[in-house]
Design a protein around this ligand. Structure first.
Ligand code: FAD
Length: 387
């Protein structure tokens, strides 16, 4: 290949560009990014950066002096991919042609419908979102967080630290049921109560109230929660609409084989926009930092060689920092898995749980158990087909 275009200039796009150079690609490399910023780290946006503990410079993902010999095209979105002519149309109307493409357009936060013009209602995905939210997090203000997933929980934790009165509303019977299961989700969610955050589970949101500015949240059971600020943390939507009509198979994300190749040869997808097939034959979109950083090396190898080289893809892994506790999870748990507590206790709030399917460990959850967690995670990675 003589030229490659990376579409999306954040963690997974940057990781792909690095991998291309590391794997010997010496051709023309264009990196297109919708945001004007150079690649920056998102995890601190709900943690240290939102709290005001670190500034923007600490978010950079590029070490000083790194030069990938790439042409950065920032502030431009790809609007169409024509697989036949191997070209991408950009938002300024220009065309970018390349022999190979890496799709790394990530995901965006799902907004609450019809609230664009209601001040005080926020989502959190970009540095601009974090700046806007930070300006509203005034001590004593009443914050309602919709959704007790990881980002909602981290915002709640940071807001408590900043002295806000915080309530979290979760439609499911307990938080984090999806990744952790009900019992351990509840155990992790106990952190909220222990740190002065009110948590309402099993109740949906009927709507938001207010004129120019939000004044509260109406719950489906008729209750009303007054609010000065609302954060909507109800998940992400993959940025794949621009690929409609390209012939690339889309589902919940860009559908890829086990090495990141899409249904069109010479086009791979990585990071939050991509749904790679796992060893169980399921397309799974993984929205975590480590996957966005590690998997591009595999995808790039598929792209340069023309096929998946059989590398082992590590089980999904994420961490989350809430109320001073470090939560780590690796693998995939499901309704058919059972867990045992290997260390600590749910009551004590620090524990390590191992999920097993047919006696085989398939996932591990640690709360303030960093060393033990790392050991177990390594074991999961060493298993032949854990998922
Ligand atoms: C607030 C927050 C906290 C997080 N905390 C954690 C954590 O603690 N632990 C963890 O494991 N993970 C965490 N994550 C998840 C992690 O940051 C993501 O998995 C990671 O950013 C994914 O990288 P990505 O490059 O695939 O996508 P993104 O970071 O979403 O980047 C995609 C880029 O592509 C651009 N783009 C979109 N469409 C186009 C287009 N058509 N043309 C050109 N460019 C386009 C976007 O503007 C964006 O810049 C967090 C995420 C957020 C938002």
């Amino acid at each position: 290949m003589k030229s490659i275009a990376v579409i999306g200039a954040s963690l997974s796009g940057l990781s792909a560009a690095r991998a291309l150079r590391a794997q010997g690609f010496e051709g023309e490399l264009n990196i297109v990014g919708a945001e004007r910023n150079r690649p920056y780290d998102r995890p601190p946006l709900s943690k240290e950066y939102l709290a005001g503990d670190v500034d923007e410079t600490s978010l950079t993902l590029e070490p000083e002096g790194e030069d990938l010999q790439a042409n950065w095209m920032l502030g431009l979105s790809a609007t169409n991919l024509d697989a036949g002519t191997r070209s991408v149309t950009l938002s300024d109307g220009s065309q970018l042609t390349a022999d190979g493409f890496v799709l790394a357009t990530g995901s965006r936060a799902r907004a609450w419908p019809d609230t664009e013009h209601l001040a005080g209602v926020h989502v959190l995905r970009t540095i601009d979102d974090a700046d806007r939210l930070r300006a509203d997090l005034k001590p004593g203000a009443r914050l309602v967080v919709i959704g007790a997933g990881f980002i909602g929980a981290e915002v709640a934790s940071t807001a408590r630290k900043l002295g806000l009165d915080v309530t979290v509303v979760e439609a499911a019977p307990s938080p984090l049921i999806g990744p952790l299961g009900p019992q351990l989700g509840t155990a992790v969610a106990r952190l909220h109560g222990g740190n002065g955050t009110t948590l309402h589970c099993g109740v949906g949101v009927a709507g938001l109230t207010g004129g120019d500015r939000v004044t509260g949240v109406d719950l489906a059971d008729g209750r009303h929660l007054p609010a000065d600020v609302v954060v909507v943390g109800i998940g992400g939507i993959p940025n794949t609409e621009w690929l409609a009509g390209s012939g690339i198979e889309l589902g919940n994300g860009v559908l890829c084989d086990r090495g990141g190749t899409t249904s069109i040869p010479g086009v791979v997808a990585v990071g939050d926009c991509a749904a790679w097939m796992d060893t169980a034959g399921v397309h799974r979109r993984v929205e975590h930092w480590t996957g966005a950083s590690e998997r591009p090396a595999i995808a790039v190898s598929s792209l340069l060689s023309g096929e998946y080289q059989g590398q082992q893809v590590k089980p999904p892994y994420f961490w989350s920092d809430q109320y001073g506790s470090r939560i780590q999870f690796a693998g995939i748990a499901g309704p058919d898995t059972e867990f045992t507590i290997e260390e600590g206790s749910l009551e004590a709030g620090s524990f390590l749980a191992v999920y097993r399917r047919d006696g085989q460990p398939v996932a591990v959850l640690g709360v303030d158990q960093v060393r033990l967690f790392t050991r177990w995670r390594r074991q999961l990675c060493a298993l032949p087909a854990p998922l």
